[in-house]
Design a protein around this ligand. Structure first.
Ligand SMILES: [Ca+2]
Ligand SMILES: [Ca+2]
Length: 310
């Protein structure tokens, strides 16, 4: 089976290539990872085992929204989720190889993924090669995924954006609390880059409840700068919102296997909250939705790898 050949466990160190070993060790938890070379960039994917979880939020959850109806979801197939969001460097490889222009570039926007900035402050903020790519639409993300599939898909596997259920399951990582680290937003210090006191200094007019601590970063942070969740995934909450595959629709009323979202609708799901997000949006159950051509400086994506349907 193709998957097994590519699977590397930290416990099987004698078989593991040195680079992969260091990456896996850095993850801790004995995480089961696959390291793929994507156009010269080592990209780590974390194995997510099948299982079930309660998707959505309890009625008692602080700052919950009505569209988070709690229901049981079974994930029946394993998948691999990128440890971190797609970086500027990775997106640049795609653009250099294909000449692709993002929707923002075609619209002649002042700020694009190349020089992400804030219109409100009239500053371009520091986006190095290791920062998460932003100002990419759902279609821009899909163009990248298509290129990955044409060039880098392992035998029998396909790159995709995660479904909304795959995203939430992986964010919760076996937990059942408001945030992946617990119920108190203030325990998130060191675990996410969100709207904190650093960001509030830049945006003193923000009226919403920011995280009270200083996470040290006003805008985006290089990917993987903050602690991983229990399954070894980083930046799930905060840093950038992440596009999901699904069209946003109401949740089912009964338990469901491997949901893939609504069959029709206007908005694509975005998850996790970004550097400018307040506590409400960084909750594991929060559901954002954007038009597929929407882009802004706090929205990026990460990639999943699934077994191809025969
Ligand atoms: Ca921050
Ligand atoms: Ca995120």
């Amino acid at each position: 089976m193709g998957i097994m050949k590519l699977t590397r466990k930290t416990s099987g160190a004698f078989l593991v290539q040195l680079t992969a070993f260091f990456l896996a060790s850095a993850l801790g938890y004995g995480a089961d990872v696959k390291t793929l070379d994507v156009s010269g960039i080592e990209t780590v994917f974390v194995r997510v085992a099948p299982g079930e979880f309660m998707m959505g939020s309890e009625l008692s959850e602080r700052e919950r929204d009505a569209d988070e109806r709690r229901h049981k979801v079974r994930i029946t197939r394993e998948y691999w989720l990128a440890e971190v969001p797609v970086t500027v460097a990775a997106y640049r490889k795609f653009v250099d190889a294909t000449g692709y222009e993002t929707e923002e570039e075609r619209a002649s926007g002042k700020y694009t993924w190349r020089n992400a900035g804030s219109d409100g402050l009239d500053v371009s903020f520091n986006q190095t090669e290791t920062h998460p790519v932003v100002l990419v639409s759902w279609r821009d993300a899909q163009a990248y995924v298509k290129w990955l599939n044409e060039n880098y898909a392992p035998q029998g596997m396909t790159f995709k954006l995660p479904t909304e259920a795959q995203w939430e399951y992986a964010c919760r990582a076996g937990g059942d609390t408001t945030y992946w680290w617990g119920d108190d937003p203030e325990d998130g210090k060191g675990k996410l880059n969100a709207a904190d006191s650093s960001a509030k200094e830049k945006y003193p007019r923000w009226e919403w409840t920011t995280f009270a601590f200083d996470d040290g970063v006003a805008f985006t942070a290089p990917v993987g700068s903050f602690t991983a969740n229990a399954w070894g995934l980083k930046d799930m909450s905060g840093n950038v919102w992440e596009w999901c595959e699904d069209i946003k629709g109401p949740y089912p009323t009964e338990e469901v296997d491997d949901p893939t979202g609504a069959s029709e609708g206007t908005y694509r799901v975005v998850r996790g909250g970004g550097w400018d997000s307040r506590t409400k949006y960084c909750r594991s159950a929060h559901r954002g939705g954007c038009l597929p051509d929407f882009r802004y400086n706090g929205l990026g994506f990460r990639v999943a790898l699934v077994e191809r349907d025969e």
